[in-house]
Ligand binder design. Structure first.
Ligand SMILES: Nc1ncnc2c1ncn2[C@@H]1O[C@H](COP(=O)(O)OP(=O)(O)O)[C@@H](O)[C@H]1O
Ligand SMILES: [Mg+2]
Length: 230
């Protein structure tokens, strides 16, 4: 059997130092296979974003072992983490994360330009642009490609952020409450999209949410409680 795309063993993370340290993750254990869509449920403040930031190699665990696509997070320096992120990880941030001075299309293209700059992709620009346009259409915002983020709604920006996370065909997709700004129908559509991408692209998808009914669309639902996943 292939190695899981994500492996977490005894992952601990606190904020602050010494006696003032506040433990957030207290021994997270889980694995996500390629092609699997896992939803993580938990109340606000339970550590969902903290965990996702670790999985996205944007922060390091204090203790425990974390492997993303076979790479041990603790062994990677800043530069290597950036490369792994760029090559393998698509991230949908919890809050508005589009760059305001670029159009929706340019925002979606940004990770592809980074990948090219890192020497990770030789795909011609026209082909990338065509894929970006198709992604925007598939997400129902094809007509907004030339607009700036300030000229779109919160839900439209959220969908653009999803297109941006998918542009490099990542094998690990991490989404932090991606449906927070969407109504039920669009939220369900986004869950269905993630499920499809997991299947078609063989991507490992980890989506955190506090939307219980929507999470039921995932292959597996885990709960964050007391700094652990159950
Ligand atoms: N950078 C940080 N510095 C200090 N405390 C933080 C930081 N980020 C998050 N926290 C705290 O850690 C806890 C978990 O936060 P978070 O992971 O954002 O939870 P969730 O995403 O589930 O709402 C909260 O109590 C939050 O205040
Ligand atoms: Mg959060």
């Amino acid at each position: 059997m292939a190695e899981p795309a994500i492996i977490a063993r005894g992952v601990c993370k606190s904020y602050g130092k010494g006696p003032a340290a506040v433990p957030v993750l207290r021994g997270v254990e889980f694995e996500v296979a390629s092609g699997e869509f896992v939803a993580i449920l938990g109340p606000s403040g339970s550590g969902k974003s903290t965990l996702l930031n670790l999985l996205g190699l944007m922060d390091r665990p204090d203790e425990g072992d974390l492997l993303v696509r076979g790479r041990r997070a603790a062994d990677l320096d800043e530069h290597e983490r950036a490369r792994v992120r760029c090559a393998h990880v698509g991230f949908v941030f919890q809050f508005d994360s589009l760059l305001p001075e670029f159009t929706i299309l340019e925002n979606v293209l940004m990770p592809a330009r980074l990948a090219a700059a890192h020497g990770l992709s030789a795909e011609p620009a026209a082909s990338v642009t065509a894929r970006a346009t198709a992604l925007l259409s598939a997400l129902g915002i094809g007509a907004l490609a030339a607009r700036f983020p300030s000229q779109t709604s919160g839900g439209e920006r959220q969908r653009a952020a999803i297109a941006r996370a998918l542009i490099n065909k990542p094998s690990v997709i991490l989404a932090d409450e991606p449906t927070g700004n969407l109504d039920r129908a669009n939220g369900d559509k986004v869950f269905a999209d993630f499920r499809r991408v997991a299947r078609e692209q063989g991507a490992a998808v980890v989506l955190v949410t506090h939307d219980e009914p929507a999470a039921a669309a995932a292959d597996r639902v885990l709960r964050m409680a007391d700094g652990r996943l159950t």
